[in-house]
Design a binder for this molecule. Structure first.
Ligand code: ZN
Length: 133
């Protein structure tokens, strides 16, 4: 079952610059940073009313985020919907005709299990399903 919006991922070139921009927008300088080696990104997350705004900057030119920025520029990258069981969710979504990028959940930021749906089948919105471990 989808239980809410967990986070909104935003692709940025310069993490420190974006932290400063979003600190102003959100009126807080409280955020959490981490490196997700598997995705070759640094992430800064602001928790606003339980929804994370995840600023994501590439650490390498072959990072998926670097490729996204090259193609589309900076901006909203994906929406992460929280589920209580991402594995069951993937079966449900596949049966409903949606195209999966990840057939099996993998580990993402914040120690969550994550899986992406293909934007071709989701109105071009890169969509992630995630679950706390
Ligand atoms: Zn995400």
């Amino acid at each position: 079952m989808i239980t809410g919006v967990n986070h909104i991922g935003i692709a940025v070139k310069d993490l420190n610059n974006s932290i400063s921009v979003f600190s102003k927008i959100l009126g807080t300088d409280k955020y959490h940073t981490e490196t997700v080696a598997e995705q070759k990104v640094n992430v800064a997350s602001f928790n606003i009313g339980g929804v994370l705004i995840e600023l994501t900057a590439p650490t390498s030119e072959d990072s998926p985020i670097a490729k996204f920025i090259e193609k589309k520029g900076e901006g909203i990258h994906h929406i992460g919907f929280e589920s209580d069981n991402v594995k069951d969710e993937l079966v449900r979504l596949k049966n409903d005709g949606l195209q999966l990028i990840d057939n099996e959940p993998r580990f993402g930021a914040h120690e969550m299990l994550i899986a992406f749906l293909h934007p071709k089948s989701t109105n071009s919105v890169l969509t992630e399903i995630c679950q706390h471990k």
